[in-house]
Design a protein around this ligand. Sequence first.
Ligand SMILES: CC(C)(COP(=O)(O)OP(=O)(O)OC[C@H]1O[C@@H](n2cnc3c(N)ncnc32)[C@H](O)[C@@H]1OP(=O)(O)O)[C@@H](O)C(=O)NCCC(=O)NCCS
Length: 182
Amino acid sequence: MQPRLMIYRHDEFPCHLNWQAVSFIRAVWPWINNGLLRETYGAHLRPVHFALVLEDLLISYAAVIEMTIGHTGETVRLFGLGNVFTYPSFRKQGYGSQVVTAATQYIQSSAADVAALFCEPNLAGFYAKAGWQEIHGVTIFTGKGGLPTASAATRMMLFVSEKGRSGRGAFESAPLSLQHGW
Ligand SMILES: CC(C)(COP(=O)(O)OP(=O)(O)OC[C@H]1O[C@@H](n2cnc3c(N)ncnc32)[C@H](O)[C@@H]1OP(=O)(O)O)[C@@H](O)C(=O)NCCC(=O)NCCS
């Protein structure tokens, strides 16, 4: 039986899939919300959930979030791709690529100017296959009242709108300042 791709707006994301996604994240990325996570992303980020499911089981998952940021004097609609995972028994069968491709297509046809994701350097090729481009500019996270920290993660981006495409150089040369990663 092949998993089925389901796409949900945040208020439609079924409870049983939410808890499977949250449980994976709590086990694998325990520093997120100090393990006190109850949803993959808050409603204020307007998440859209991409889930490959086998009946009631979550196999592979990715989410797209939305925000508006200021960058080099411009207001930019930035979408984020995050919480990408496949449950270990189902890896290396193309499921991760399937959710990433579906999420990427969604972003490409959205109102985003640009999109970004953060990953380990060894996953850059995995995302590049779906069209993401590695951008070497500095990313600074301003955090919750602490000192700003520069991210060591690889930043990959999509340049979606005309405004986003023409602003590509600015994303490579000027630091990208964000409250938090995703
Ligand atoms: C990264 C991750 C999501 C990939 O999921 P996946 O379902 O294994 O992804 P895919 O099967 O589409 O692709 C993985 C690799 O398997 C290969 N592959 C795909 N189908 C295959 C098949 N039928 N047979 C053998 N290999 C295959 C792909 O070529 C790919 O290789 P690459 O890494 O060189 O690009 C998964 O390993 C994971 O959940 N990791 C832990 C969480 C994590 O780190 N997430 C990323 C956050 S940025």
